[in-house]
Design a protein around this ligand. Structure first.
Ligand SMILES: C[S@@+](CC[C@H](N)C(=O)[O-])C[C@H]1O[C@@H](n2cnc3c(N)ncnc32)[C@H](O)[C@@H]1O
Length: 220
């Protein structure tokens, strides 16, 4: 019914939700929806000197595969809570330097370190954003950079609907709260808005439709 939030999937958890997305076409859709903004953000990184890359919440591994294809990339690792996403990533892997692990980043048993860490639309699903960031910080080599992309933040009215519609725990932080969380993990933080004017994302249209139907976005 128009203007009615979808009912959460019965018994859904973060893992269950993304296990389902791994096989129903949503994983490929995320690549289409996220890749332009990710490429725009990575364009300002030096990817010509040797580096080790980690993607936290890698989904089906699309970004790991792209980074692994760069000649300077020495190792490209993806980690994801969802075993089904990781199974897909392993199936699609092309190069020996790719590796995929299934675990919550908070408890990932891995001893190596990385020079560039990326995380797109993933950290707000962690049970604890602080624990996830602390775990990532431990995996960063001296001078390493963490780039975290999110459409789901308090100032973005359109995505405030997501938590209600997904029916799973999602931490809605403001830009300042994200920066403070990075600092608590011992990282220096800077926020930047990457606009994707060409995006036709369904959630943006959906939010406009709901507001037209007279519904106010969920409160903070
Ligand atoms: C919205 S998807 C984004 C996938 C991919 N980064 C992309 O942009 O297409 C979020 C992913 O993060 C994973 N995830 C959520 N919480 C996680 C955690 N605590 N540790 C590792 N992965 C997590 C989910 O299983 C899911 O595959």
């Amino acid at each position: 019914m128009a203007g009615t939030a979808r009912r959460p999937v019965a018994g859904s958890t973060v893992r269950g939700t993304f296990d389902m997305w791994a096989t129903n076409g949503r994983a490929e859709k995320m690549e289409l929806e996220h890749s332009r903004a990710v490429a725009a953000r990575l364009a300002s990184e030096d990817l010509s000197s040797p580096f080790r890359f980690l993607d936290v919440g890698c989904g089906n591994g699309w970004l790991v595969r792209r980074m692994a294809a760069l000649p300077a990339c020495r190792a490209a690792v993806g980690i994801d809570l969802s075993p089904c996403m990781v199974r897909e990533a392993r199936r699609l892997a092309r190069l020996a330097k790719e590796r995929y692990d299934s675990a919550p980043v908070e408890s990932w048993a891995y001893r190596g370190r990385f020079d560039l860490v990326f995380s797109m639309e993933a950290l707000y699903y962690a049970d604890s954003v602080d624990a996830a960031l602390a775990a990532i910080a431990r995996r960063m080599a001296p001078g390493a950079r963490l780039i975290c992309g999110t459409d789901f933040y308090a100032e973005n009215r359109a995505t405030r609907w997501w938590a209600r519609e997904m029916g799973i725990t999602m931490h809605l932080l403001s830009r300042a709260e994200w920066a403070a969380a990075f600092r608590r993990a011992g990282l220096r933080a800077r926020t930047r808005t990457v606009r994707d004017a060409t995006s036709s994302k369904r959630w943006r249209r959906g939010s406009r439709d709901k507001e037209r139907a007279g519904l106010a976005p969920p409160p903070l």
